[in-house]
Structure formats: C-alpha cells, structure tokens
Write a protein that binds this ligand. Sequence first.
Ligand code: GAP
Length: 447
Amino acid sequence: MLESFDMNTNDSQSRMEAIVSLCKRRGFIFQGSEIYGGLAGTFDYGPLGVALKRNIQNSWWDHFVTNRDDIYGVDAAILMNPKAWEASGHVSGFSDPLIECPKCKRRFRADHIEIIDGVQFCPNDKEKLGTPRQFNMMFKTEIGATEDPTSISYLRPETAGGMFVNFKNVVDSFHPKLPFGLAQMGKAFRNEIAPRDFIFRLREMEQMEIEYFCHPSKWEETFEHLRKEFKSWMISIGLPEKMIHEVEIGEEERAFYSKRTIDFEFDFPIGQKELAGLVYRSDYDLKQHTEFSKTDLSYFDEETKERFIPHCIEPSIGVERTVLATLASAYKEEKVGDETRIVLAFVPSIAPIQIAVLPLSKKEELSTPAQGIVKKLKKIARVQYDETQSIGKRYRRQDEIGTPYCVTVDFDTLNDNAVTVRDRDTMEQVRIPVAELEQYFTDKFNI
Ligand code: GAP
C-alpha cells in the first residue's frame, strides 16, 4: 500500500536539510572547494546536478529561442568595457547596505537585521551595530599587466548588459522586425554580503534573461504576452502552479524607469521568495548606452518610417533558484509498507536520467541484451545502465535521483523477448516487447 505524505511543511528547515543531504549523497550538488573548507556563496555541480541544470537551461533555450522566430540568442563576454557598467548604473548604484559589528567585526546586510527602538544589534554578540554604508556588489578585477585605475573591469553582475551592447549588432546583421528579443544565459557574479540558503543566494550564479524590445505604445500587451509565456515555461518544467505567486511590485519599490514589475515568488522550503522577475525597463538601457557609447541605438521602422528607441521588457530568472525550485517541488517521502521511499518526481524532460536499464543478474546472458537495450534507447533518451546491488535497492536509488522509468531485463526476457517497465510514480510494472520499447518511450516522452 502506497501512502504519500508531504514532509511537515512547518518543518521547512528539515525539508531543506533533506534536499541538501540528498544532493550531496547522490552527486547533484556539493559545497564549492569542499576539501579546502569551502568558499562561501559557491557550489559545485556533480554528474546528476549538471545534467539537471543543463536540462533546465536547454528547456528554457528551446522554449524561448529555438521554438520561436522572434528571439535571438547571444553569448557575450563576461568581462565588458567598464563604461558599460557606468551606463547601466551598476558602478554608482549596484549596492546593498552593509553594517559591521565594532566588536566581532562580522558584516551583515543592514536590511536583514531588525531595528529595535532605532538601534540594530549584532546577531552574533548582541553588540550595538554602527551606521550602514553602501557596499557595491560587483567583483572588481584588473585587465592586463598594468595596475592603474584605467585597467579596472568587473565580472558581470547580470547577463542583461551583454544583450544591450549587442542590440545594434543584431539589428544590423539580422534586420529583425519589432517586436523582437535577445536571449542570453550564463554566469553572473555578485559579492553578496550574506550568501545563504544553499543555492538560493550565491556569489557565483547563472542567469537566463531575455531583453524583449517593442514599440513604446505596445509595452502593455508585450508585457502580458511574456508574463504568460514565462509562467507556462515554469509549469512545463514541473513547478506546480499553486507554488508560483505573481507579486506586483508597488511604485515606491520599482526602479524609477519602470511602470510595471512583477516578481515571481515560489514556495521554497525557506519560505515564499523571489524566483524570477519580469520588468518593464522602458527605453532606459538603450538610451543610457547611446549616451555613454556615443552610438546611435535607435530603430528605424521601414513600414511606418518612424525612428525611435524601442522599449524593453525583461524576463529574468536565476538558474540555481530554478534548480532549487524543481528539487523542492519534486522531493517526496512516501510510506511503502514499513519503509519510507524518497522520490524526486521530476518531469521526464528535466530528469537527469530518463530510463534506467537494470539486468536482474550480472550474468552475461542478461547483461548483454541489457547493454543492447541501453544502446538502442540512448538514441532517444538519457539512459543509465545499473547492475549493482539487489533490484529493490536499484529501484530505490533510481527513485531518489528522479528517474521516471526502470527497464528490467530478467530471465523471462530470454524466452519472450520482453522486459518489465516500472513507473517511478505509481510503481506499477508492465511487460513490453523489446521491439516496441523505442516507440513506447517516444510516446511517453512526447518526442
Ligand atoms: N537583469 C535583471 C536582474 O539581474 P535580479 O532580480 O537582480 O535582476 C534576476 O536578478 C534573477 O537572478 C533573480 O530573480 C534570481 O532568480 C537570480 N539571482 C539574483 N541574485 C542572485 C544570487 N545572489 N544568487 C542566486 N540567484 C540570484
């Protein structure tokens, strides 16, 4: 009898701990530089983690770039001319309020610390904290062998900048008609004062961003279109709609150039927190880059003969926060008889392994046909061959890493040329002829 239960949602800390522990145990995600004691705000991906992350990124790229005609992919350099960050406002304004304890010298984000009667106290030693100062979160570096102020550059704090500086290149080479977008995914770096909550707040992360350009009069309908598309992609990777909350950001909290911003918050184990943002950025960025680079970034509409600076809407999402959201929504503990089985109920499109092929015994008479099945199925899916330990343990292991189907090759296979296919979620088993396996999974995965 299968009894499914959600881990106590009040005990969010233990749910997060269970996910972190599974990630390490099964080779998804490790602390960065772990053998040296770690490096705060960095994490390394193991074989299953990198597969999960890539599948999410590929799904985003397919949804927004490959399957559309109006969004163009770019891959800009991480290091950019520092003037680009002056233009975007990051040099002067990309900062968080930093507060330091005069006694233990620990540093905190001032807006994360409670104010009691106008005073803030150190969470470590309860000492009265000083006055906050603004701390720029960009990582500075020096370009070339000379050390002078002109050689300073920054590791990009967001991928967006690389798209704005390539706006003219794409317009001149592809002549896209408005509305159109640029898309980019890749690393971004932020010297966060307080990295925390596993892969939620990092110093080195990846973003998937789109800068979508439209006529100023069309921003509202474009915003609505992107809002729906963004959400439908989130649902397509298995995030339950009820765990995604669209939060309208009020005028006082929005950037001065934005007439509308929606945060997509998600029910993470650490609470309802920002997963993604959708921001109407007006013509702010193209205007700033026009001014700072002295390059005309206007657009000429051949049909209307109008020249103008397009307005921009930006859907932006962090890869690691998406990974965490998929892990958090897929993680289940189920009672099966007296045992508890752990399952990662990933949708097949993002599961690191989609099919595990398991010969009942290591004997060559079973391992050879099983290897043949692996070779065949690898043409259409991500397949793993596993012959170690008992079949029950192998099923549990595959459940725990989120493999939707197990194919078991047993001694009957030698006579009936059929295998048992086990469904991860229902644990039901069906007998399928080997000759029909490819078609069976093609249908299951909607390939
Ligand atoms: N270009 C707009 C931009 O970068 P943002 O809200 O600062 O906007 C976008 O970041 C997304 O990047 C966030 O919604 C979040 O998913 C992710 N993100 C931002 N800072 C992060 C951090 N320190 N660690 C992990 N993800 C982060």
